[in-house]
Design a protein around this ligand. Structure first.
Ligand code: DHB
Length: 388
């Protein structure tokens, strides 16, 4: 098989890139090592920021998102057992977010791609890339017991944190990373949301987040130990801890838990997002702690810029278009990292339970919430206003 851009990874980044390149008339092929069902079921965060929604809309990919997405014009912040609604829209200069599960977006992109006659190769095992400078680039993989080869001019690594592209471009152990000393335990349940807008809570016992997927389904998260396991969290323990952290004036009656997961907290930014004919996008180039739900939004911003760079390279002969893409993507990744860390730090309790640190955090929250200037900056970052 031969193509112009070989795309490794069939998650939202790879699918979106495939669609955008297809529309530009640039031949491409997605290779995904999992099955289609697995990719569509993969549970991830579910909030799109203003810039992502605007881009998906402009690309004609927001039909279902506009019908089923849950607009978030504000958010609730709880601390000291009080709730403060932050008017995201007013404070960010007219921007907002939309809750829409990543699996729903993956389904939309898969269906649109199929309608244009393209389909990813699923179940492509043992994907191996050749030297980044090689021309053409040869990708080999195994499917249904047979060896296959894909010859391409460029490779787009959209294969996440653990795929081969990050390692090829940065070397094993390359890039900057840091793990946080806690994780989240997350639960999907048939429980009506406590509010139509997300609730983020700081409590000396730990962070809590109440998000949703519909008016009858909630997605909720609690800060827990770094190596904690879902098995340590019975339904009773989860809900009583949620109640303690949200405080007595937030009431809910927990419904059936349909899914449970652990979210590990790590920040990573690659040293390079391009080497020779190989470029990285999304989680392959950077991962952020999930507190501000920036991961998918950074990935969408990468893909938007990368498709434009391929257009400049292939139709306008701009030889350094991929290098320029990589520079800007790294800058964006560090900005997303900085905001995600700031929000994580602000809302998570020190694992040591140190009362001094707890008082510092409460004071920083008091200051943020009392300062229109700080809140404006926070809301612009949170809603992706700067990127719009
Ligand atoms: C969701 C996850 C997040 O990490 C976040 O900040 C907001 C929403 C979610 O899964 O809905």
């Amino acid at each position: 098989m031969r193509t112009t851009v070989g795309i490794i990874g069939g998650g939202p980044s790879g699918l979106l890139l495939s669609l955008l390149l297809d529309r530009l008339g640039i031949d491409n092929q997605v290779l995904e090592h999992r099955s289609r069902a697995h990719v569509q079921r993969r549970v991830r965060a579910g909030q799109l920021d203003h810039a992502s929604v605007a881009f998906l809309r402009q690309s004609g990919l927001a039909g279902r998102l506009d019908r089923l997405g849950l607009p978030q014009r504000g958010m609730n912040l709880r601390w000291r057992d009080q709730t403060r609604r932050i008017d995201l829209e007013a404070l960010s200069g007219g921007h907002s977010c939309t809750v829409y599960g990543q699996s729903a977006l993956t389904c939309d992109l898969t269906n649109t791609l199929a309608a244009s006659g393209r389909s990813p190769v699923y179940g492509a095992e043992d994907i191996r890339l050749s030297d980044p400078e090689s021309e053409p680039h040869i990708i080999t993989y195994r499917k249904d017991g047979a060896e296959h080869r894909l010859e391409c001019r460029f490779v787009a690594g959209c294969d996440g944190a653990h795929g081969p592209a990050r390692r090829l471009v940065n070397g094993a152990g390359g890039g900057s990373s840091r793990r946080l000393p806690f994780s989240w335990v997350g639960v999907l349940s048939e429980t009506p949301p406590v509010s139509p807008e997300l609730t983020y809570a700081y409590h000396p016992r730990g962070f809590a987040l109440w998000s949703m997927r519909s008016d009858t389904v909630s997605r909720t998260y609690l800060q827990c130990g770094p190596d904690d396991q879902t098995g340590n969290w019975s339904d009773d323990r989860f809900w009583s801890e949620m109640q303690r952290r949200l405080g007595p004036d937030v009431s809910f009656s927990p419904g059936k838990v349909t899914e449970r997961l652990m979210v590990r907290m790590q920040g990573y930014v690659a040293d390079r997002m391009q080497l020779g004919n190989v470029v990285l996008a999304g989680d392959a180039g950077h991962t952020v702690p999930p507190s501000a739900a920036k991961g998918l939004n950074l990935a969408i911003a990468d893909i938007r810029a990368l498709s434009e760079s391929f257009r400049k390279l292939l139709f306008e002969g701009r030889q350094n278009a991929l290098a320029e893409y990589a520079q800007k993507a790294l800058k964006r990744a560090w900005a997303g990292q900085a905001f995600s860390w700031q929000m994580t730090d602000l809302l998570h309790a020190p694992p040591s339970g140190d009362p001094f640190e707890n008082r510092l955090k409460l004071t920083r929250l008091d200051t943020l919430l009392a300062s229109p200037e700080q809140l404006r900056l926070f809301c612009r970052d949170y809603t992706g206003a700067e990127a719009a």
